[in-house]
Design a protein around this ligand. Structure first.
Ligand code: NCD
Length: 304
């Protein structure tokens, strides 16, 4: 039963619950008209203490498309945070008005902490470089849609594996499926953290700096942006930001049915020419993100 639950990281959901969310998302995609007012009279609050395009808009679009309504802020300076109000008091207040809260925050575990003061479900929409469970649901549904299964894949994750929360969430979530091999592609400075590797079977991953060398091995290539906002040293960011730029030429050795994913926003790491490559699915991925959030909202509110 998902009704009333919070969501901080993918492992808060059992594999069966993930399946149920995907089944509902697929049902919604097939017949949106059937779901036009299942959230009528319900209110979703979006509390975004960090910038967002896809996550916030897809949550808001999801709620509107289910017949519900939305309140919230995308700039905390426009809320009483600017007057010094604590997160605890903000969530306590918002929980009086809304039926479900979506929160993004630059610090790890703040949505989890805030949920202790909330009577309504709190969804983590990204907490610092820690976790981003709804992007992971989006990513898993994308893999399922294009590769027809969630097990038995070689997935290359490329770019900022140190700070990228979507990577941390996705690796944790995918490691629960059978026969997943991870190829971590990054410069030494942006390697996947040890605490993530420690949870993986030793023979289920390897690390490299060279994208081209491993390209022909991959079923999925997950590109990521170097997370500028997490660097304390701008020089270092400037040095690392263009280390990987995926071009059509670099795809020459890729499997024909490999898919290229990216949580977006993209900066320089995928050349625009790649958008027309049949392997590129990142904008379709963004669209699936709305449907999976529709399903998640409906489940947490207990209307489906
Ligand atoms: C990601 C995020 O916020 O972590 N964006 C998203 O939610 N799709 C990735 C990023 O910002 O690079």
């Amino acid at each position: 039963m998902l009704k009333g639950r919070h969501l901080f990281e993918p492992s808060d959901l059992s594999l069966k619950e993930v399946d149920e969310i995907f089944s509902l998302a697929e049902e919604i995609m097939e017949n949106q008209n059937k779901f036009l007012d299942i959230c009528k009279g319900k209110l979703l609050a979006t509390l975004f203490y960090e910038p967002s395009t896809r996550t916030r808009f897809s949550f808001e679009a999801a709620m509107f498309r289910l017949g519900g309504q939305v309140i919230g802020f995308s700039d905390p300076n426009a809320s009483s945070t600017a007057k010094g109000e604590s997160i605890e008091d903000t969530i306590r207040t918002v929980g009086c008005y809304a039926d479900i809260v979506v929160m993004r925050h630059p610090e790890k575990d703040i949505p989890k902490h805030a949920s202790k003061y909330s009577d309504v479900p709190v969804i983590n929409a990204g907490d610092g470089s820690n976790q981003h469970p709804t992007q992971t649901l989006t990513d898993l549904l994308t893999i399922k849609s294009f590769k027809k299964k969630l097990s038995n894949h070689v997935i290359g994750l490329c770019g900022d594996l140190k700070f990228g929360r979507t990577v941390h969430s996705l690796v944790k979530a995918l490691s629960r499926y059978e026969d997943i091999k991870f190829v971590f592609i990054s410069p030494p400075e942006l390697k996947i953290p040890d605490y993530i590797k420690e949870e993986l079977k030793e023979d289920s991953y390897y690390e490299t700096e060279q994208l081209e060398d491993v390209m022909d091995d991959l079923d999925i290539l997950y590109m990521t942006r170097v997370q500028k906002e997490r660097f304390s040293d701008e020089e270092e960011y400037l040095r690392l930001k263009n280390q990987y730029i995926l071009t059509t030429d670099k795809l020459k050795t890729a499997k024909k049915d490999m898919i290229i994913m990216h949580p977006l926003p993209r900066v320089n790491e995928i050349a625009r020419e790649v958008d027309n490559n049949e392997r590129a699915v990142y904008f379709k991925q963004a669209k699936l993100g709305m449907f999976v959030r529709m399903a998640l909202i409906a489940k947490l509110l207990g209307v489906k």
